[in-house]
Design a protein around this ligand. Sequence first.
Ligand code: 3HC
Ligand code: NAI
Length: 708
Amino acid sequence: MVPPAPTSEVTTALHGPVLVVSIHNPPVNALSAAVRRGLADAMAQADATPEVQGVLIVSEGRTFIAGADIREFGKPPVPPALPDVCQRIESCTKPVVACLQGAALGGGLEVALASHHRLAFAAAKLGLPEVELGLMPGAGGTQRAPRLMGAKAAAELMLSGKPISAQAGVQAGLIDRLEEDTRLSPLAAGLAYTQALLAQGAPVRRVRDRAVAEPAAALVALQALADDTAKKSRGLFSPLKIIEAVRAAVELPFDEGMALERRLFLACIDSPQRAGLIHAFFAEREVAKVPEARGAAPRPVASLAVIGGGTMGAGIAAAALDAGLPVVMVERDDEAIARGVANVAKVYDGLVAKGRLTEGQKAATLARFTPTTRYADVVTVDLVIEAVFEDLEVKKAVFRQLDAVCKPGAVLATNTSYLDIDAIAAATRRPQDVIGLHFFSPANIMKLLEIVVPAQVSPDVVATAFELAKRMKKVPVRAGVCDGFIGNRILAVYKQAADYLMEDGASPYEIDAAVRSFGYPMGPFQVTDLAGGDIGWATRKRRAATRDPWARYVEVADRICERGWFGQKTGRGFYRYPPGARSGQPDPEVLAIVDAERARKGVRPRTFTAEEILRRYLAAMVNEGARVLADGIALRPLDIDVTFLHGYGFPRHRGGPMKYADTVGLPQILADIRRFAEDDPLFWQPAPLLEQLVAEGRNFDSLNQPAD
Ligand code: 3HC
Ligand code: NAI
């Protein structure tokens, strides 16, 4: 007799001589405490039940096991620990078979590696993605994978975090057999395989008993990987720990390797990088949970149009084509549309040149692309994205035309970076259909999409925008209407802090270096040079008339632009870019311009340490973030975090600016702001929300409640 199932997440049933251990923990069968306990109990049951000759581990649903339950990290551990469960599986006295479908990731793959035989459906994906969460495999993955696939390949799998196909798993030696028949259920395929193995008298086969192949060569390869990783991993904690653990698989007996893996894993768990990366993982999934997207059904979108074929129009067109949509592009005249077509073609020519696309695929994609100069050609499309010049009157004129020609119910979106979308909507007789879709450049590559929600938009239009983002594989963030929405509004403030630092005594090069040391790929002045100084200059000139005459305004960038130095494209900006140089070089003439501006304003330069630079830069970001929250422009702090992770290069392992503020502690951020305010009380006014949270002893995360 088989005793009743140990937990509702793990059930057992005898199929002839095979004990089927079935995991049911939707949505992704994560290894929660109940699943771990269920698996351990099932192994005890298999050992204790004489009728059982073999064990099959299968999962219900679309995926085998997505790994450890990420929500448990950072909380007090609940036994049994996963390494012990894997150990229990491996020590089972009857042959244990794992049947993998969907994703077998992290702890999920480790459960499979602890089993004695592995069958995988051809579409299964296998991976050890812990590094993406600031972790390393912690349930024997660092010890068992190298024994099966070799130390170098195993370390590469763990360092990349990217999954491999089941076919690649077979070639690497991780998987014993591929199941090609997609009609079979995991239970049917797994049972057939287990029965066949039993019929052949297949043994209990423990990975721990194997040795890593070619140990001397493996150590050399690991050293090369360690050197490379130290250079590339920009201060990340877990990658070097992964290599250390894999080295132990080569050099130490299995149990000692496991003990080292445990110590290193726990050090990763304690690292703030783990907290930042796991915050990013969940925040990226929470952002799509907005009231409108929950409550309303999206409108169907089978075709799309872009108005404008410049930098953004072409990128958006490519993003939509890549999502499989037919795309119409409207430009002003024949010459402009020819440029628009060339801009789109350039994207695909680049992909062909890199070998990422064949000529045939390019032709098939471009067959869905219709360039035109006639607005009449958008009458049937379901969704239009306007990307013309950043000028309210030009945009209003475009929307009046769209209002005149588009079919009823078509969604009318604008890609404006700053302008008032309520005013744009008011130019039409259908403001309920008008929304902001703020893509980032290059739009076919950058993941962030700010979905800007004007006052009168109907909820199903918001839901449609979120659905489109999903189809385009974008990370959508809901934003309210204001000058710059979430991202550019906050950017404007911390960029100002950087300008003040420069005028007060730090060089642009010191500021960039400090910002890079925090984990950014580039500093703010390098970004200006990359984007082109002329873009910001045009905005500043446009705003000159409305600028507060009492507010401090740093003119260094204007002086640089007046010389025609627009950054990389002109060979000079804040940096010099000599022909053939790979990166910009500091420019004494720029430093002289900075000095002259200081002298003109009577500023006596001070020195700033890298830490002081960062404190000001980040405090400005967090303070404006708090205002954006209080104004309802961002729904939750996590929306700001995701905006900065995917649109502005904020280092992912810090989780985003608001998460970073929580990590440092809001009292410290507020104290910094009050200290900076002693010199400049106008700029450094603490945001009331920040003061309130500090007074109440709360952090930003306390505001990250699901939006209902
Ligand atoms: N633990 C807890 N929840 C998880 C989870 C996990 N390992 N993986 C996914 N989820 C949750 C998501 O948060 C989401 O919840 P929500 O619906 O409430 O927002 C839900 O499951 C569905 O996830 P996705 O939206 O991501 O679904 P997809 O179908 O797009 O992707 C997936 C599925 C490929 C499995 C993807 O979720 C994924 O990559 N998950 C993380 C895998 C991972 O990192 N595993 C390693 C964990 S660490 C580990 O195992 C340590 C061990 O070595 C000791
Ligand atoms: P761009 O100058 O490269 O392209 C604008 C295009 O619009 C031009 O090709 C022009 O011919 C066309 N156009 C102008 N009036 C038109 C009309 N009435 N009908 C059809 N086409 C018309 O400008 P870019 O950089 O592509 O910007 C477009 C919009 O996207 C702006 O609102 C900008 O603020 C926004 N944006 C720009 C980003 C960037 O990094 N460049 C990032 C995010 C948003």
